[in-house]
Write a protein that binds this ligand. Structure first.
Ligand code: FES
Length: 270
């Protein structure tokens, strides 16, 4: 199989690549959750924690690419790991491919988490399919890290990877592992504290974390999971409300795919 990467495209802020990436391995790591390793030279070289790629279907009836966050980056082997949930026709198609087949994608996209803030101790909080980006972040973010992962039930996917570089605390909705409840219940039950929060997950979790960070007077960065279309800042299908007027749209909007997906919590309204 020939690996094809076209010349990079430059948008005003970011440079991204179109690639035909070779699948090295794909397996189901929890019911409906898939781990996919892709060989993709330039995207792996340039990717940062908290960025994402947009993956195209081979089935041309599904034109729009699916955004999937980057779980791990192996720059040495020029590979990327994506961990995604099978949630619709597009991701169902991806889950059917195996080693030796290819997928077309663009990336790396979005801004990623800030790694240079100098925090001594940080909460890395993932909820559901917001857990995967915490793996690469736990490797690259300096300082002490406590990962707090929230799952529906006892399938604690990525548990080993998350506990390699950080202390891991778990919450499950059904109480089958860790604290019964949500990520904030786990923080409170274990009496944990930190100087900042870096989080990715569903809206209600992010809203609760924004309020908690305000109450505690700590910094908070949130990665918004949103349905996207173009993925490169052109279509405005992914906007969220912001505190300040955006220079591009001239209204109080931010494009999650391009201005984000990571925002300081006080920049946005949830
Ligand atoms: Fe098109 Fe964000 S998905 S602007």
């Amino acid at each position: 199989v020939v690996q094809l990467e076209l010349a990079p495209r430059h948008s005003s802020q970011f440079c991204f690549h179109f690639a035909e990436a070779l699948i090295k391995e794909q397996r189901e790591i929890a019911p409906g959750v898939y781990s996919l390793w892709l060989q993709t030279e330039h995207i792996a070289e340039e990717a940062r924690p908290g960025q994402f790629v947009s993956v195209y279907c081979h089935d041309e009836s599904r034109l729009l690419p699916r955004p999937i966050s980057i779980c791990e980056i192996d720059k040495e082997n020029k590979t990327l790991r994506l961990v995604y949930r099978k949630a619709g026709a597009g991701t169902a198609e991806f889950s059917g491919y195996g080693a030796g087949e290819t997928l077309r994608l663009i990336g790396p996209l979005g801004n990623g988490f800030p790694l240079d803030k100098g925090y001594k101790k940080v909460f890395l909080i993932g909820g559901g399919i917001g857990v995967p980006p915490m793996v690469e972040l736990s490797k690259q973010l300096p300082g002490e890290k406590i990962v707090v992962s929230g799952y529906r039930g006892g399938d604690l996917f990525l548990k080993d990877e998350l506990s390699r570089h950080a202390e891991l605390v778990v919450a499950t909705e059904d109480g089958s592992a860790g604290t019964k409840g949500n990520v904030l219940d786990a923080i409170k039950e274990n009496g944990l504290t930190a100087d900042a929060i870096f989080a990715c997950g569903p809206g209600p979790m992010l809203r609760a974390l924004k309020a908690y960070a305000e109450e505690q007077g700590i910094d908070c960065y949130l990665s918004l999971e949103e349905r996207m279309a173009c993925g490169i800042g052109a279509c405005l299908a992914c906007v969220c409300k912001s505190k300040d007027v955006d220079a591009h749209t001239n209204v109080k909007n931010k494009r999650i795919c391009k201005d984000g997906p990571v925002f300081a919590a006080d920049e946005i309204e949830l």
